[in-house]
Write a protein that binds this ligand. Sequence first.
Ligand code: AMP
Length: 213
Amino acid sequence: MIIVLLGPPGTGKGTQAAAICARFGVPHVSTGDIFRRNLAEGTPLGLKAKGYMETGELVPDALVLDLVADRLKEPDCAGGFLLDGFPRTVPQAEGLDAALAAAGTPVDHVVLLEVPDGTVVERLSGRRVCRSCGAVWHAAHNPPPGDMKCPKCSGQIYQRADDASEAVLNRLKVYARQTGPLVGHYDARGLIRRVDGTRSPAEVERAIGAALA
Ligand code: AMP
């Protein structure tokens, strides 16, 4: 099963990705996570991506396509995978189409999580994340411990640079301009499964389950 998870930042893609992957037994391929890992480790790839990531701009397509091509060659992707945060531009989608056509395994579903911009800004500007295990809090609705130490793994809880309000607004603009056209790209192939992402995570998970049944 090959699934693409599409939607603006802050729609709960990471949370839902974990549930979908557990259900279908496929690996979670998140380009954002791969870049963040490289950034934390100070690799050449991380250094190249740093400036783009911090301002909410997209990393150049060629860099992303190479990285994804390498990841999809790993043995755990042989039986399918879930793509989260990729593709993000039409050239990336075309690159993916070409690679999958060559392998004879096209995309099965594109789940489009829909959340209004105002909700995205509210969710992301309050988001706090554990640097080590990725656990998530919200400054107002689910505040992290005062010492900013993760109760699950003792990692440091922080605010992603790209979750600062200005960067969030830029990410939404970038999404509308560069990623929005992918809806048409996949709609033309009958692959889009629209899901209302404003509901609770459990309700969204059920709706995705129904859409992929
Ligand atoms: P995300 O966690 O998916 O929001 O990704 C965080 C940041 O990583 C993005 O704002 C981009 O700078 C970069 N990034 C992740 N995936 C891609 C992609 N497919 N194309 C270009 N840049 C990406």
